[in-house]
Ligand binder design. Sequence first.
Ligand SMILES: [Zn+2]
Length: 451
Amino acid sequence: MTVGVVVVGALLCSTAAIASRTHEDRTTDVRRAVEGGTAKNVIMFLGDGMGDSEITIARNYAVGAAGRLNMDSLPLTGAYTTYAVKKGTLSVPDYVTDSAASGTGWATGRKTYNNAVSVDPVTLAPLRTLLENAQAAGYRTGNVSTAELTDATPAVLDSHVSARACQGPADMAQCPSEPKQAGGLGSIAEQTVDHNVDVLLGGGKARFAQLVTGGPYAGQSVTAQATAQGYNVITDQAGLTAAQPGTKVLGLFSGGNMDLEWTGPLAAPYPGPAATGCTQSNPARPASQPHLSDMTAKAIELLSTKVKGDKRKGFYLQVEGASIDKQDHAANPCGQIGETVEFDRSIKVALEWVKKNPDTLIVVTGDHGHTSQIIEAQSATDHSPGSIATLITADGEPMVINYATNLPGKSMSHTGTQIRVAAQGPQAANVVGITDQTELNHTIARALGLE
Ligand SMILES: [Zn+2]
């Protein structure tokens, strides 16, 4: 049924009856996939800046136009709107969201302004998050990202600040009333540790090395604060492999964002770089740095293993592929595709695990649209005014990718389009149709029995 499809490694999804491309009537399969009730576990995968275009580019490149990614196999799919609101208002739309406002949408069920991390857009008061409610209801929690753990998407679950730049205690210039000595909750790094999340894995070591300026840990680094609060702080794959369930883990695998998976030419004005394939490795990436799929597998292991004396019932885990967005900003198609492919491998890890743990809701979505577009062949007289790159895909055919939301060489812009949201497991049917991202908050909350 998939004759002629180029298969690259284990990427191509092999099971998932509903996603199969036969011509059968799928009504019964879809009906079977609709489950209400509650889940023991929820795993949410978030591709930052991963719109339909980014998914299609990665699919074409990695498995060919007729191939399917792991994320394509989830049985129930819809789209959601992601707009932010203007600061000081509850409902005046800001059509293009950033990751902070977008993340606040599913983390709290409320719209806020671009730059805000889980605070009210009018009063700036903290908004209660899914992670906080899950903890209170007796779930283990995990937060995994390829970005700094203090970046907006991980931060929306375990922090509340009026400006996303307030990542470490030395970064508080935009939040003068929020350091602990001013009576605030402190920087995102401090709040992340204060929140007692069981598994924290990502980049951002330098933020956690900053010295705390107020409260009981003043004068110590945030890393020292984490150790004092019972965290096993690890910095490489060996530490990740050795980590045992029953102890909270703070994994900081890079000074800043984690290193890219793939390399290749940046897009440039017509005619762009010569048509090529991507290099599916990055010499700058240390071998000791885990991949997102490694972190996902370990997070699931740590959160799902029964520990004597721990009566908590299940877990809530968020996994972010962060640099899809960052490389879209940089007009770096191979960087962007490599991050999407590794994100998809992480989804495969979870899909394999849920075969034996079906009482799990899995959600795969993005937080906002982005720049990259697949466009027609270019010529000297008809071409994009932006930057282009031509990649030879798994089909052996050229794919022209265009970046034109800013001038060549400058940081490309997010876009305001609706975003795919796909799911399987209890409550997954609630992603079907056109929803708003704030609805996802309630879908996950219902799955966890929180509402
Ligand atoms: Zn971005």
